[in-house]
Design a protein around this ligand. Sequence first.
Ligand code: SAH
Length: 340
Amino acid sequence: MKVQEEILLGKSVEQLTDWVKQQGQPAYRGKQLHQWLYQKGARSLTDISVFPKTWREELKDYQIGRSNIYHRTIADDQTRKYLLSLGDELIIETVGIPTSKRLTVCVSSQVGCPMNCDFCATGKGGYTRDLTCAEIVDQVLTVQEDFQQRVSHVVFMGMGEPLLNLKEVIKAVKILNQDVGIGQRSLTISTVGIPKKILELAHRKLQVTFAVSLHAPNQTLREQLIPSAKYYPLPKLLADCRKYVEITGRRVSFEYILLGGVNDSSEQAIQLAKCLKGFQSHVNLIPYNPIEEADYQRPDTQSINLFRNVLEEQKIAVSVRYSRGLEANAACGQLRAMSQ
Ligand code: SAH
């Protein structure tokens, strides 16, 4: 199926008003359309019962830009993992993670990913294309509809490297904030680090939470785990992160996957603490989710706690994030791999 050129999802209330006027309708229908798209989650224009019947009939084949759920798994902890089929039939992953007070959506920013990090299943599948802002927003609306609950948080931690698709990601952030109604601080952009892009993001002065996937306390090890680190040496990356804090006045979160026997020793914890000394930051330790295509081990609980304790002794703010929905054999990138 061909992707229609003019997708309605992603347009502001002003743009939607222009569109309804072009269709020969009164301007107030723009506001109605906006509400049905972003608040009520309409899947097609025929859903919009406040529109006149004859007009809805004319528009019945008009694509508004919603994906279809191709596959869904529900884990014991109620985490739902989706494979969504896009207008051009490509498949992306989205995850809905409920807790007592929150509903978090983990969104993809690209179909696949070109970064090829050694521990990541998505990277093993290669990169196909960037997502549009509509395709990013659609993921949030899909989870909201499926859970019948408002989404409170969004993390750009699904497939892809958000800073390689910064324009569409920023557009999506604005729509999620202004049109869907999610607070900017509840939106997290996570990156492995792309030269120049961290400062570009900083100058946009968004209120979003910013996370950097560090995973190693020195350049040699980081290059082994993350091939692109060769082109963005650790000291430069950390200097850009410090500038990010200066420019935005907001702290940076660092993600650190714990890989047993690779990056989880006490010496490495001390080295990591040195990198982050005097830095307004927070470290999220993520015990490795085993994937079929790589040979790493998830460290045992004792090593995880030891690593955390060493960081705490060094006065580094730290928390451990256990992945949800593991038993569904659906860790990062694994659902898509199952569909092929
Ligand atoms: N490209 C971005 C966002 C996508 S990955 C980034 O690198 O930050 C989101 C997070 O999941 C990253 O911290 C990534 O390193 C982590 N991740 C990828 N594969 C993982 C695995 N097998 N186990 C645990 N975390 C993983």
